[in-house]
Design a binder for this molecule. Sequence first.
Ligand code: AMP
Ligand code: TRP
Length: 334
Amino acid sequence: MATPRVLSGIQPTGNIHLGNYLGAIRNWVDLQDKYDCFLFMADLHAITVPYEPKQLKDNVRKVAATYIACGIDPQKSTIFVQSQLSAHSELAWLFNCITPLNWLERMIQFKEKAVKQGENVSVGLQGYPILQAADILLYEPDLVPVGEDQKQHLELTRDIAARLNFQFGNEENPVLKVPEPMILKAGARVMSLTDGTKKMSKSDPSELSRIDLTDPPELLRKKVKKCKSDPHRGLEFDNPERPECNNLLNLYMILSGQEKEAVAQECADMGWGQFKPLLADTLVEALAPIQAKYAEVMEDSAYLDSVLAEGREKANAVAGTTLANVKTAMGFTL
Ligand code: AMP
Ligand code: TRP
């Protein structure tokens, strides 16, 4: 039997933060031994809101280097740039023509982003989930590991696949494979450093609210020092009155690789003045190897180019076959 396939991606908008790492990338690292992983930079998605071309270009390379720095091995996984494969845009157009408009009007992420854009909402922002469905269905993955926030997009992807199969395929011979979502574990929901009830996010205007993977040690220490705490002594998990305390203990637990019980005991009588430096040291230590590898990969642009060229070729072979099947089923001559 063929090795089951995994597909996932991140938009190259802004720096990769600790939430992206702990919530997404770190899990992919564990998957690459058992699955054939296709991991990409969703740069066509990044242009659904206003952006700078120069930054887009830089961010694509930075995200690729971050994948490798975090332990994605180009020998095992296929790393590629979405926009370098025209199959994504082409399949998205075909899907545009079979997807009812009211399916898109229900999308929560669209509504949230549209509010932020005011007057300036592009057709592309509305079509964002269709392009995501094309990304996924082109590779016929068995699993699509994403955070909780992407669940609705995965459901839409399944609906589009089922609709296309119904309209243009038959039961014995479905055109597209319907993938299973893999919603990654809770615990990997990293909260903002300035408000423990909000998700750590690339779009938060405050730099102090997030930890970027490339923050140098002094900045990491400063961010931890300044992060929101509370007036209580003694630290505890899962007290809904103390969201910051829970978030920071979780980070300490994951980054130090300890069990919850051990951390709960170790920190039960600690004050913030003792805990914060401990967390800062743990963070600096945990990110050091990632940062070293990141710097190495960013320096070696020929290596990064070769990884992306190879990824493009491997991805193209798979995506091209699926696109041809869909076009044939829909009545096009190849
Ligand atoms: P985004 O930054 O929205 O492009 O997200 C890229 C990936 O990181 C997605 O799979 C998200 O679910 C995940 N992610 C983003 N922010 C967080 C967070 N604060 N905690 C955990 N996972 C996150
Ligand atoms: N929308 C995803 C996010 O914001 C990124 C993404 C684009 C994606 N295409 C994808 C994730 C396909 C998984 C599969 O995180």
